[in-house]
Design a protein around this ligand. Structure first.
Ligand SMILES: [Zn+2]
Length: 207
C-alpha cells in the first residue's frame, strides 16, 4: 500500500538512464553490459564501461544502494554459466574491505552488499574476514608500480577461523591493476586458505 503510494509520487526509474523501470537497472542498460571470459584465473564479469560503469559509480559514490540487487544478480547469472567456478565448492565469500574511515564516509562496503546477494542466492556464508589497516591513497590516483607498493601490508585477516582450510571466494566490485586482489589473496593464503578464487563485478580495460 505505502509502496504503491510512493510509486505514484516517485515512479521507479532506472538508476542509470532514468527511464521508467521497476528494476534499478533497466533492460536496455543491462543489454549494454559487455561480459568477459575468465582471465588468468580471475573471474571478472564485465567490462568497466558504459552503463555498468555508471551503475557502479552511482552505487558507490551516490549511495544508490538499490543497485546492489541487480548488480549482484549479474554475478549470479554469470556464475550459472561459468562452468569453471562452482559455488558449491566455495565455503565462504569474503569481500575486499574498505578502511573504516572510508566505510564511515560511504556508509556501506559495496563489495559486501554484492556479496550479500550471492550469499542469499547460494546459501554460502559471507564473512568480513579481512580488514584494511592502512588508509592507503586511492589506488586510481597512482601509477601502476606505485599501486603495488602502496598496497603492501594494507590488509589483515581478522577472522582466521573463517579462512583457515577454507575455499574462499574473494569478491570486489572492480579490478584495475590487480594490486588489491593480489595483496588480499596473499594475506588469505598466509592465513591458511585452502583455495582462493577471485571474482570482480567489473574490470577496467585499456581501450
Ligand atoms: Zn537504464
Amino acid at each position: 500500500m505505502w509502496d504503491s503510494i510512493l510509486n505514484l509520487i516517485f515512479p521507479p526509474r532506472c538508476e542509470v538512464c532514468k527511464s521508467d523501470s521497476k528494476e534499478a537497472l533497466c533492460q536496455t542498460c543491462f543489454q549494454d553490459i559487455k561480459f568477459m571470459k575468465p582471465h588468468l584465473g580471475i573471474y571478472s564479469i564485465a567490462v568497466y564501461d558504459g552503463a555498468l560503469r555508471t551503475a557502479i559509480h552511482r552505487f558507490k559514490f551516490k549511495g544508490k544502494k538499490r543497485l546492489a540487487e541487480p548488480l549482484g544478480i549479474i554475478m549470479v547469472k554469470y556464475l550459472s554459466q561459468a562452468p569453471m567456478l562452482e559455488m558449491k565448492e566455495i565455503d565462504v565469500i569474503i569481500p575486499v574491505p574498505l578502511h573504516k574511515k572510508r566505510l564511515r564516509q560511504r556508509g556501506f562496503n559495496q563489495a559486501e552488499l554484492l556479496g550479500n546477494v550471492l550469499s542469499r542466492y547460494y546459501g554460502t556464508s559471507l564473512v568480513s574476514a579481512l580488514e584494511r589497516v592502512n588508509n592507503t591513497q586511492a589506488q586510481f590516483d597512482l601509477p601502476r608500480q606505485e599501486r603495488f607498493n602502496n598496497i603492501t601490508g594494507a590488509f589483515k585477516v581478522v577472522d582466521s577461523q573463517s579462512v583457515y582450510n577454507k575455499r574462499v571466494l574473494l569478491l570486489d566490485d572492480i579490478y584495475t591493476t590487480g594490486a588489491t586482489i593480489a595483496e588480499c589473496s596473499k594475506v588469505l593464503k598466509i592465513a591458511g586458505a585452502k583455495r582462493v578464487e577471485v571474482m570482480t563485478l567489473s574490470r577496467a580495460v585499456d581501450s
